[in-house]
Ligand binder design. Structure first.
Ligand SMILES: Cc1cc2nc3c(=O)[nH]c(=O)nc-3n(C[C@H](O)[C@H](O)[C@H](O)COP(=O)(O)OP(=O)(O)OC[C@H]3O[C@@H](n4cnc5c(N)ncnc54)[C@H](O)[C@@H]3O)c2cc1C
Length: 303
């Protein structure tokens, strides 16, 4: 790709970076340029130099909810690292950088006795991706504690109030924005009880999810009529394979990479599972995982 990048002292720039190392499914081809941006001043320089209209860029978190195409990404992938991974609290407010891992946010909150974060334990990924996706589990969602979310725009920083974020089940109004930081409320809780809840949840996840295999978490959102995993299991899809991708025998809403999977195998498997459930039960499952196109764009609908 013929883009000349400016000097970014607090950042790391890599060329032809393996896409499979950027996502938890461990599939996908090389991305032209990966920039791990370490500071707000570097981000300012980078975004000023890039032509926002004509240069394809993608902001990625830990890649735990995306599929990278087998032919890779012809564009710039940006991850927020360095100062964007900071967690700070001031009185009853917690500031979390978009690059901070959810596991660190949960530990930080529990250590300080802030409740309402412990049920997010075990969700991989970083704050930015989790806020965009309104990640959640065990009756909790990351949006529960959000006061506001700060984004980076051409005109400068912009704060979205919780209402403006329009959080819903596994989505928000922040799709397409560059999320830099989330501001959360802190309510006092019992640290020992929170530690106990976290341990229980982590044990449950280890027992029920194929955590030893590369995967992208839940492939489908739960439909209004029930659990996606139940439909998939009852349709006899556990163990069904396409190439190196397999519907997990442990949890039917997980697809695992058994070692040699390509992204296309995963996509074909998703299509097959969707068709099978639709034919048997008349329920059209909606993918939770996002497909990326060869320019880093989110591909909507059938791929
Ligand atoms: C084993 C496993 C278990 C999981 N369990 C759960 C669960 O219980 N509940 C749940 O909700 N999810 C779960 N997930 C899915 C995933 O972890 C969440 O959706 C997570 O919040 C995604 O975060 P990420 O940083 O990996 O985002 P990514 O996958 O990197 O990105 C997701 C989307 O957000 C965008 N994005 C990321 N960061 C930014 C940013 N700073 N600014 C703008 N856009 C951004 C990306 O472009 C992409 O569109 C699981 C995944 C795995 C692998």
């Amino acid at each position: 790709m013929n883009t000349k990048l400016p000097s970014l002292p607090a950042s790391r720039i890599s060329y032809d970076y393996p896409g499979s190392a950027l996502c938890s499914m461990r599939t996908g081809g090389p991305v032209d340029i990966l920039v791990d941006v370490g500071s707000i001043s570097d981000l300012n320089i980078l975004m000023r130099e890039l032509n926002w209209e004509s240069t394809r860029y993608l902001i990625l978190g830990r890649g735990s909810n995306v599929l990278i195409p087998d032919n890779g990404i012809r564009g710039i992938v940006i991850r927020l690292e360095g100062e964007f991974t900071q967690l700070l609290s001031d009185g009853d407010i917690l500031y979390a950088g978009a690059g901070a891992r959810i596991s660190n946010l949960v530990s930080y909150a529990i250590r300080r006795g802030y409740s309402g974060y412990e049920r997010l334990a075990g969700i991989p990924g970083a704050v930015g991706g989790a806020v965009i996706m309104n990640a959640g589990a065990h009756g909790a969602e990351i949006s529960d504690n959000v006061i506001s979310v700060e984004t980076f725009t051409r005109e400068g920083l912009r704060a979205y109030s919780k209402e403006e974020c329009q959080f819903e089940y596994r989505t928000s109004n922040l799709q397409g924005q560059i999320v830099l930081r989330a501001i959360f409320k802190c309510e006092a809780g019992d640290t020992n009880k929170m530690r106990g809840t976290r341990s229980e949840i982590l044990a449950k996840r280890n027992a029920s999810q194929p955590v030893q295999w590369p995967n992208s978490g839940s492939i489908f959102k739960n439909p209004k009529s029930g659990y996606a995993a139940k439909y998939l299991e009852e349709a006899g899809l556990k163990g069904y394979k396409v190439g190196g991708a397999e519907i997990s025998n442990k949890h039917a809403n997980f697809i695992i990479n058994t070692g040699s999977a390509r992204t296309q195998d995963v996509i074909e498997l998703i299509k097959h599972a969707r068709r099978t459930v639709s034919d048997k039960y008349g329920v059209l499952l909606e993918p939770e995982v996002k497909y990326l196109g060869s320019k880093g764009e989110i591909v909507e609908g059938e791929v």
